[in-house]
Design a protein around this ligand. Structure first.
Ligand code: GLY
Length: 373
């Protein structure tokens, strides 16, 4: 991937952030229509709102423009009521919405919100089972509660807890939460199942299932990708003992990624290649591989090359251009697949795909140390 393409892509994504800031609408951008660029928004941030704030933190980091920092801080404040919501996905909200603002800028508002989010997660911890459950308000269509777990409850949650290890004593909770999820969701071949039902009295696995994959035994793209990013974050923020799991899960991705470096929505859809891609899963995994390339020296060259190939493919084939003959807004990452099972936003721009695409681009540009966030 050429330096020029990296720089052009960053410029386009920042242009898109500016267009989103200028767009009418109330609430956090969730997913956007590819023709008009209009965002469907959520009033309280759902599980995705922190990624919009995260993009503003990253834009501030890249440009040094204080306008993005104050926008990030303002948007982050709107997440405050969610610190007590009964959903483990608040880990996404308070890490990407606040934690990274604290890490990159030491922002006062972000610091307080990150602490509140970490506290809210700790309050949900079940010490008998050794994990934070999905919770009764988790943002899935069904099958949530205090006896259910998702692999996507790790990213964000793990670094949020580990960065509050001293202040809130959250270190051991983070380690237990991670290890229990590896036990519940990672299969013997290191592929990842999205969800599990467990016994709340002791954490024993009762069954594996999926909310968003094609079937319970398949590998939904984002299940694998979320596990990768969470394991990288665990290693980076003080839990290096999970290295073997991190490498095994990442190696599975590398081995199963299609030759053109962009993942389909589910690795086991029998109709591949006539099925949706998921550029969000692809950008999440690429950002994770860039972190792991630094953390796992023996995989440095391979992981960086695979990540770069994916980001290159996304930039060349799935990013709307700045072109007078293309009516679409520039800088949208197309072909994100939110929920193929429900037919919900299956070919859209997704705010979390945008976030990880930008994070990976900034790392490739040499602007951001991947393991700072
Ligand atoms: N809940 C995370 C996801 O749908 O990817």
């Amino acid at each position: 991937m050429s330096k020029d393409l990296i720089e052009q892509s960053i410029e386009r994504v920042v242009q898109r952030i500016d267009a989103t800031l200028a767009q009418d609408g109330v609430g956090f951008p969730h997913y956007a229509d590819l023709e008009t660029g209009k965002w469907t928004r959520t009033p309280d941030g759902d599980w995705t709102g922190g990624f919009w704030v995260g993009m503003l933190w990253l834009a501030a980091w890249r440009t040094g423009d204080a306008r993005y920092c104050s926008a990030a801080s303002n948007w982050a404040e709107r997440l405050a009521p969610r610190a007590t919501s009964k959903s483990v996905f608040k880990g996404f909200l308070f890490w990407y919405g606040a934690g990274i603002g604290r890490e990159l800028f030491g922002d006062r508002v972000a610091r307080q919100l990150a602490r509140d989010g970490a506290r809210g997660l700790i309050e949900m911890f079940n010490g008998d089972a050794g994990l934070i459950p999905l919770g009764t308000d988790a943002e899935e269509a069904a099958e949530v509660g205090n006896d259910k777990a998702n692999i996507d409850s790790l990213p964000g949650t793990i670094p949020l807890l580990l960065t509050h290890a001293l202040e809130l004593g959250a270190d051991d909770i983070a380690r237990q939460h991670l290890r229990k999820h590896l036990e519940l969701c990672v299969r013997a071949d290191s592929s990842v199942c999205q969800s599990a039902e467990f016994d709340p009295a002791n954490g024993a696995l009762l069954r594996r299932y999926t909310h968003k994959g094609i079937h319970d035994d398949s590998t939904w793209g984002r299940a694998q990708a979320w596990a990768m990013v969470a394991l990288a974050q665990a290693m980076a923020f003080g839990d290096p003992a999970c290295k073997e799991n991190a490498v095994a899960v990442a190696d599975w991705w590398v081995k199963n990624l299609p030759p053109d470096s962009v993942a389909y929505w589910d690795f086991n859809d029998p109709m591949i290649p006539e099925v949706p891609r998921d550029t969000a899963a692809t950008s999440i995994a690429a950002a994770a591989l860039l972190k792991l390339a630094v953390l796992v020296p023996e995989r440095r060259v391979q992981y960086r090359a695979v990540a770069k190939a994916s980001i290159d493919a996304l930039a060349q084939h799935h990013l709307t251009p700045t072109h007078p003959e293309d009516p679409r807004p520039a800088g949208m990452l197309t072909d994100g697949c939110f929920n193929q099972r429900l037919g919900f936003a299956t070919n859209n721009e997704l705010i979390f795909g945008d976030y990880f695409f930008l994070e990976a681009l900034l790392v490739l540009a040499g602007d951001l140390q991947p393991n700072r966030i």
